[in-house]
Design a protein around this ligand. Structure first.
Ligand code: COA
Length: 162
């Protein structure tokens, strides 16, 4: 069908990456420098968004970034990202960060954030996201609904200027 909207599944673009914390990543108090973690999160969010859209993106906003646990040198970090919502010219990407215990493989939540990635053309002008999102299970549907609420809050914040 000519007018049918093309879609991709969440699983087609989601990704996971591993990091081992090095000396260059820590701050004077011996913990992971928060800015470094934000850079890694921004990177994986952008790559996952590009995978979904198939075009270039730029980060417009980051929501709910909280540092729940400190991270030390030698720790293994797991960053997981997936698209939770597709709007007209933007997508929301959720990034979860865990510290993985080498002996047990257990993962402890370090951080979570929601990135708004805007699809852009060669001139950096926002364009339509070429693919919709195909939701495959109740968890993805719940994420979509929660993302709609977050979108509304973001919009309100922009309008009110806070
Ligand atoms: C992001 C950017 C392209 C948006 O430009 P714009 O002219 O405001 O875009 P539009 O009004 O056409 O909105 C495009 C989409 O972005 C969303 N958007 C724009 N600004 C946003 C913000 N501050 N927060 C959340 N979403 C935002 C809109 O809701 C819209 O999405 P939708 O179509 O799914 O509803 C522009 O602000 C920009 O270039 N910012 C700099 C980005 C950058 O350099 N990022 C790297 C990190 S420093």
């Amino acid at each position: 069908m000519e007018n049918e909207i093309k879609t991709k599944k969440v699983s087609e673009s989601e990704g996971e990456t591993l990091r081992v914390i090095q000396y260059a990543d820590i701050n004077p108090s011996g913990n992971l420098f928060g800015g470094r973690l934000m850079e890694w999160m921004d990177e994986i969010a952008g790559v996952v968004a590009i995978r979904h859209a198939g075009v270039w993106v730029t980060t417009a906003a980051v929501d709910n970034l909280q540092f729940k646990k400190s991270v030390k040198i030698g720790d293994i970090l797991v960053l997981r990202a997936r698209v939770t919502h597709v709007g007209t010219k933007s997508m929301e990407v959720r990034v979860d960060v865990y510290r993985e215990e080498p002996a047990t493989g257990l993962r402890y939540v370090v951080n979570r954030a929601y990135f708004t990635e805007v699809t852009i053309d060669d001139q950096g002008k926002p364009i339509k996201v070429p693919y919709g999102l195909e939701l495959e299970n109740p968890s993805e549907e719940a994420e979509w609904q929660a993302a709609i609420k977050r979108r509304e809050i973001r919009k309100e914040r922009r309008q009110e200027g806070y």
